[in-house]
Ligand binder design. Structure first.
Ligand code: FAD
Length: 441
């Protein structure tokens, strides 16, 4: 049986590797000359920068991605952040920035900074959640907890966490999704950095796919998904028609739908006019129209001095103007920078309506870097804006669609098709696991 995978991002490669291992003949088509999509290294003057991800695996060595990679026989190493994260708090409780000094605390000590009443409320809510008394809802997380707690410190820390991990505010993600995420943190543990960066995983997946006889073609765009009688029967890749029993899209639901050609009808929307006559297709198109990608801005800098304490590669920064957090990837793997240098990656969630004023957002981020490290000599290496078709997430966390499309034999993996409660690539792994269940059933 033959499968075609469109796109060589992490979701596409993970699925291709599983299919190849199951005995499918697998072709992966990637339109760029680079493999890995938003999960690849970019080498710059000896620094391992990236096309997207911050070299971080949200649930580290015991998480879903690490487990799936081990099952596939991949060789990789993740160095856990210990403690999971530190939080930079202002020294004086009444301050709203770091100008009068700060203290870096373990995330575990965060409660110490709250009033006794709020501390007690947090303990009650956490307990209620752990024993299942609190029922997750679809309202925004901040809207939900504000019914019980009012504290600027909690609001800032919540936004800092969701901004860092999901590129959303605490209110743009549902309470249900956040609870599922907390649940997974309890279940699997906290983050770690990939030794060698994202590229190690991508290279390993390509090796595994090849070892089972699969092929990854670069510089080959898929321009059409051929649909006959409601069933995907192949693709046009690099102008050649390739027949397949299964088509996997790692390019998102919307992008895959746009290139579907129904029963040989071409034209800008001619094929979709035909398709829309079926209610199930119309419903799908309406859902697609609501899907919003989340945007973010990444500032990577080099320092001559180490910035974070030994062992801890992640810091949340709730009192900045824009930056939600940063990781010093060289704490885990010094080889991600030239000898004696340290590499730091800062992330800031970017509101979609601020993309038109992106220069201002960049300036605010750069001012944050100066305020966070006033006494350090810093060299800015790269500033990247991620949005549109190269976003942080194709769908705001918790609004992913699942793998199925209204076209049979066409499944979607990658972000936009993540499983519930899965932060970034861990969610992609849940989505790939679900897709494989559908294929194997
Ligand atoms: P993609 O990586 O988008 O891959 C899709 C591929 O398809 C691309 O290579 C594209 O070129 C190709 N393609 C598109 N159209 C076609 C076509 N028609 N034909 C052929 N090929 C095509 N996640 C984490 O877990 N940890 C992190 O530290 C982290 N940090 C992040 C920081 C930033 C700034 C960003 C942007 C993302 C971050 N993420 C992180 C998220 C993570 O990078 C993504 O979720 C993941 O890489 C997406 O993988 P994917 O398989 O969905 O698709």
């Amino acid at each position: 049986k033959k499968a075609v995978v469109i796109g060589s991002g992490l979701g596409g490669l993970l699925t291709a590797a599983q299919l190849a291992k199951d005995g499918w003949t697998v072709d992966v088509y990637e339109r760029l000359s680079l493999i890995g999509g938003r999960f690849a290294n970019i080498e710059y003057n000896g620094y391992q920068l990236s096309t997207g991800a911050l070299h971080m695996v949200p649930h580290g060595t015991k998480g879903p991605l690490a487990t799936m990679l081990r099952d596939l026989g991949a060789d990789f190493e993740i160095i856990q952040s210990t403690p999971m994260a530190i939080v930079r708090m202002p020294k004086n409780a009444e301050d709203t920035d770091y100008k009068n000094g700060y203290e870096d605390i373990s995330y575990l000590d965060f409660k110490k900074h709250l009033t006794s009443k709020n501390k007690a409320m947090m303990v009650l809510l956490t307990l209620g959640f752990k024993v299942g008394l609190i029922r997750p809802t679809k309202i925004g997380f901040k809207q939900w907890y504000s019914k019980y707690i009012h504290d600027d410190r909690i609001d800032r820390c919540a936004d800092s966490f969701t901004g860092w991990a999901l590129s959303t505010t605490a209110d743009e993600v549902t309470t249900r999704e956040i609870f599922e995420i907390f649940h997974n943190v309890y279940r699997y543990g906290g983050p770690g950095i990939l030794k060698g960066g994202c590229q190690t995983v991508i290279d390993e997946l390509v090796r595994i796919i090849s070892s089972y006889g699969g092929t990854v073609y670069t510089d080959t765009e898929v321009t059409k998904i051929i649909v006959k009688d409601g069933k995907a029967t192949g693709v046009i890749a690099g102008e050649k028609e390739i027949s397949a029993d299964l088509v996997i899209s790692d390019i998102g639901h919307k992008e895959a739908w746009e290139i579907c050609e129904f029963d040989g009808v071409e034209g800008e929307c001619g094929s979709h006019v035909l398709a829309l006559s079926k209610p199930v297709f119309k419903e799908y198109e309406e859902k697609l129209a609501e899907m919003k990608p989340s945007a973010g801005l990444k500032i990577c800098f080099a320092s001559d001095e180490q910035i974070l304490p030994d062992g801890c590669s992640l810091m949340l920064t709730p009192y900045t103007r824009r930056i939600n957090g940063l990781n010093e990837v060289t704490i885990a793997d010094p080889d991600l920078a030239p000898p004696g240098k340290h590499l730091v990656m800062c992330h800031q969630r970017t509101a979609l309506d601020r993309l038109i004023e992106i220069d201002e957002e960049i300036e605010l981020g750069l001012e944050d870097v100066k305020d966070l490290f006033p006494d350090k000599k810093i060299e800015i290496l790269i500033i990247q804006v991620h949005h549109g078709r190269w976003p942080v997430n194709r769908a705001f966390s918790g609004t992913d669609f699942g793998n199925k499309t209204p076209v049979s034999n066409l499944l979607v993996v990658g972000d936009g098709a993540k499983g519930e409660g899965g932060i970034e690539i861990e969610g992609i792994t849940f989505g790939v696991r679900d897709a494989m269940k559908i294929i194997r059933s």
